[in-house]
Design a protein around this ligand. Structure first.
Ligand SMILES: *[C@@H]1O[C@H](CO)[C@@H](O)[C@H](O)[C@H]1NC(C)=O
Ligand SMILES: *[C@@H]1O[C@H](CO)[C@@H](O)[C@H](O)[C@H]1NC(C)=O
Ligand SMILES: *[C@@H]1O[C@H](CO)[C@@H](O)[C@H](O)[C@H]1NC(C)=O
Ligand SMILES: *[C@@H]1O[C@H](CO)[C@@H](O)[C@H](O)[C@H]1NC(C)=O
Ligand SMILES: *[C@@H]1O[C@H](CO)[C@@H](O)[C@H](O)[C@H]1NC(C)=O
Length: 340
């Protein structure tokens, strides 16, 4: 009896999952470039979006990806631009991770780039940026015993270092941030420049809510390849994805749902998690989400509780247009795509 009921539940679950309209979602490849790894992605609207990556590469489109303009930033041909923030079709900021850590800004669509930040401290490694209006923030791996953080209030023209309070800046052994998709730091809402969250990974994986809460994440951790890679927030809900990039089909400990009530963060696990390590996640609506990683792309239609894999293709980053509805993806081999 018990067994039958179990089977019935599985059958029901299968019917529900298989019938998800998500199955009609398709990934359309827009362009690709052999030998380039893209991890930065910023979509201004459904037409204008920019990507960035290894070998000093930046690419942008003004027509939703029908045509891409590829460029290699002069004097930075060997650098890896792991994150990008685009403000419009002319203005964007790119971040090169280390030795030295550099942030460049263009005002003319990428023809010229101005250095707006540089730090050659040994061990300096920038991981991700986020912006709300003119206010931006950048996070980096621990240097001299403290996480690195800097902020701007003029769209990235000037940056100043932030001194993180006590335990909020203090790393555990083997704890750092992944520069996998430029999305492990986010502003909680678009109004408050002092309200942000960041997630760490490695031997320890934790979530930090500005300067009032730190919690250990219920995710894979303990190795330098494990932990949180990205966080996304929608009103009072949130989601963290990650896993183990060295074993990218493990579908355990790769996704945590967040609930912000009062001043606390409640965790819950998805009923059916994404099918492997995931480096990026984004809300399309409050209920519809997409996540991607080297082992595929998954969709949820219920706020992240049940995930359905829609593609085996590898992508590092997915983003919805800031002022639009289109979802863009980018990854290894210079792959750029959108989901429909
Ligand atoms: C997207 O933004 C650009 C400015 O960067 C603007 O010219 C264009 O009209 C916008 N397109 C849409 C579809 O909103
Ligand atoms: C921007 O930041 C600088 C440096 O911290 C500060 O002097 C200035 O008052 C800030 N401006 C605004 C509008 O907050
Ligand atoms: C990560 O751990 C592996 C296995 O213990 C080790 O071989 C590798 O050097 C480590 N990598 C880094 C960047 O610490
Ligand atoms: C992914 O690949 C596996 C093995 O080839 C296949 O069974 C599965 O249907 C594929 N999934 C999707 C969503 O294409
Ligand atoms: C968003 O897009 C709409 C339609 O293209 C436009 O009217 C509006 O000004 C845009 N908003 C921002 C903040 O750019």
């Amino acid at each position: 009896m018990k067994k039958n009921r179990f089977h019935f539940l599985i059958l029901l679950l299968n019917i529900l999952v298989i019938n998800l309209p998500a199955l009609s979602q398709k990934i359309h490849l827009l362009d690709s470039r052999e030998g380039v790894s893209l991890r930065g992605l910023s979509a201004v609207n459904d037409s204008v979006f920019w990507v960035s990556g290894s070998k000093g590469t930046v690419a942008k489109s003004a027509d939703g990806g029908k045509s891409m303009v590829w460029m290699q930033v002069k004097n930075y041909e060997e650098r890896d631009f792991r994150d990008i923030e685009a403000f419009d079709s002319k203005t964007a900021i790119i971040m090169a991770v280390d030795a030295p850590a550099v942030i460049l800004k263009t005002y003319d669509g990428g023809m010229n780039w101005k250095k707006v930040f540089e730090d050659s401290t040994k061990g300096m490694f920038l991981d991700a940026m986020d912006f709300t209006g003119k206010n931006g923030i950048v996070i980096g791996d621990p240097v001299k015993g403290s996480f690195f953080m800097a902020a701007t209030n003029d769209s990235g023209d000037n940056w100043h270092k932030i001194n993180l309070k006590d335990s909020f800046g203090f790393p555990f052994k083997g704890e750092a941030f992944f520069a996998a998709s430029g999305s492990n730091i986010v502003f909680k809402n678009q109004q408050d420049k002092l309200n942000f969250l960041y997630v760490s990974g490695g031997e320890v994986s934790r979530i930090f809510w500005q300067d009032h809460l730190i919690k250990k994440l219920p995710m894979l951790q303990g190795k330098n390849s494990t932990g949180a890679n990205a966080i996304a927030i929608n009103k009072n809900k949130g989601i963290v994805v990650g896993g183990d990039f060295s074993a990218d089909t493990i579908d355990q400990g790769n996704c945590v749902l967040l609930d912000f009530t009062l001043q606390d963060i409640q965790f819950s696990k998805p009923e059916i998690p994404p099918q492997g390590y995931r480096s990026s996640v984004c809300y399309i609506t409050g209920e519809k989400l997409i996540t991607c990683g080297t082992s595929g792309i998954d969709i949820s239609l219920d706020g992240g509780k049940i995930w359905k894999k829609i593609s085996n293709q590898s992508f590092h980053v997915c983003q919805i247009a800031k002022n639009g509805t289109k979802v863009f993806l980018a990854g290894s081999k210079g792959k750029i795509a959108f989901m429909e």
